[in-house]
Design a protein around this ligand. Sequence first.
Ligand SMILES: *Cc1c(COP(=O)(O)O)cnc(C)c1O
Length: 358
Amino acid sequence: MGALTKRIEHWIRPSVRTLRAYHVADAGNMIKLDAMENPNIWPGELEQAWLQALGAVQINRYPDARAQELKDALRTYMDIPASLDIMLGNGSDELIQLLQLAVGGPGRKVLAPTPSFVMYEMIAAAVGMEFVAVSLRDSFDLDAHAMCVAIEEHQPALVFIAWPNNPTGNLFDTQALEAVIEASPGLVVIDEAYQPFSKKTWMSRLDQYDNLLVMRTLSKMGMAGLRLGVLAGKRAWLQEFEKIRLPYNINSLTQTGAAFVLEHQGLIGGQIEQICVERQRVIEALQAIAGVKVYPSHTNFILFRVENADTVFMRLKQSGILVKNLNGVSAALDSCLRVTIGLCKENDAFLSALVQAA
Ligand SMILES: *Cc1c(COP(=O)(O)O)cnc(C)c1O
């Protein structure tokens, strides 16, 4: 073994060495339907106004550490009650990490249903927390009983619930979630990354529970490149988390850019509506293809099962279409693919390639 390898093996924590970096596929010139991005670009005059706003940013100065203007805009846009605090992250991924850092330590556990968003588990490994996975039912519904039994047994510091869930696309039953919140000794984070497409939220119920937090992101609604995640919850909790937030985690361009976008909600809202209409059209078209099983979606993506996901994935790729292959990720997702709703013509290209491939 080389000296460098030895040194690395000595110093890098074993839990980090066994991790595999989050894989982002290179889309090249392909139609990119793998990452839940909003496919729309802006009209030219709006882009000009946006560039002007960004041009006024003084990048020689540090950003506003409290991002007050942006928080005020988010509070209005997301209907965050005045009694609650807001914390911002460099994407909600950073908020997931920050929450785990705040509660982590020897013997501390994170619990989440599975299959769900992979970052909950990857970050747990990175920060040295034990991750407890509780299987969803075959229908991908939350198994409230199994969740409560696991919560009782493991006493998790944090429970993450993606609502709607990624990669399954469904909304878990509200009563099942209430049972989970009430059974949890620690914090329950409801990750509403797809709220723009589900229109449902726990935001208005945050006041009711001492251990509930709601997380949002601008990524899926059309600003994945800005990297802005939003956490809402009771002040007493957020004051603690603020202590470990890096002071300038939201850069000036993101603060100005996001505030600008929120001033043009009409445009974003229109794009979201169009994505929801397309979602229905793609679901119906998928249902008409023999050998394809489609799952319901409250998001901007659709989970579907085919006879041989690896083959179909490769054939789609050869036709210039990149979707997400979930085959092999977990037994529950065997033969499953996930497609993000794209532009009309992109969805058409996907559907006709799938007819050939499936
Ligand atoms: C995409 C996604 C996120 C990450 O969002 P960012 O704000 O881009 O980091 C978080 N949670 C779920 C469930 C997601 O699907």
